[in-house]
Design a protein around this ligand. Sequence first.
Ligand code: PEP
Ligand code: MG
Length: 320
Amino acid sequence: LRAAEEEKRANPAETTDGHRVAIGANVNRPDQVAFCLSQGAEGVGLMRTEFLFLERGETPSEDEQYAVYRDMIEALGDRPLIVRTLDIGGDKQVPHLDLPHEENPFLGVRGARLLLRRPDLLDPQLRALYRAAKAGGELLIMFPMITSVPELVTLRQRCEAIRAELDAPTVPIGIMIEVPAAAVQAHILAEHADFFSVGTNDLTQYTLAIDRQNPELASEADSLHPAVLRLIAQTVEGARRHGRWVGVCGGLAGDPFGAALLTGLGVDELSMTPRDIPAVKARIRNTSLADLRALAARALEVGTPDAVRALDRAPDGKDA
Ligand code: PEP
Ligand code: MG
């Protein structure tokens, strides 16, 4: 029974009509890799590196970071590892960095905005990553909270300078799509990014103007809101114009219905908490891409998250 279960988990997320979605895990530390593989992950779709900075109580050195990235790559073998550069600010404050107080940290110097102002944080991280890439494996670099084309262009230039200095291989460079401006300009950003990963947690917060931590509004901060889904559809469309692939690494990817909908919207990769993987795979394997596309098209035409959810039971418009 155990062997059968393991085999089932290892099966790809492939629809009944043969469309395959890549399945990644959101994992922060090398010691979590074995569990994520046992759940059926095909790689790491999101390594949140802020944990490296939070757990130690001090900024990790370039060498310390290099060792962690190398351990991750080695634990994964030839599977892909997407490392997101430091995403500090908003709900992720790091006391020992002594950043200035902000009235609205979610709208402040967060993610890429901080990296662009703090080469002392950005450069050692990029150096550690390119050194790790030099030693083999399949590494991808991803920048958080991108809002504009110039941010991405500047960060790419920094990557290229460091890569050249270290004589390291080129590495795909992607961005998080988690701000409405980025989703709306996906067709332009896609010229400069090798891939996208949609952060539905922040994209929902910034689209609906709901603080993702406010318990009073938790039930309204719903990633199935059709406005959020439309932005994801726009992201996929923009990426396609330049032949880029699109992942989703926010919470919606780990919800079986959400994952089905995202697949119907044309998302190529879903990355989630490892324990969510088996149910998501089962859901995708249960349906055809044709049905999921029809479901997604309907979801874009209704007015509320509840109306989207109702389609779960009647994807073809008939009663389930
Ligand atoms: C997101 O915003 O959906 C995301 C994956 O990033 P984080 O939750 O780390 O902000
Ligand atoms: Mg985010």
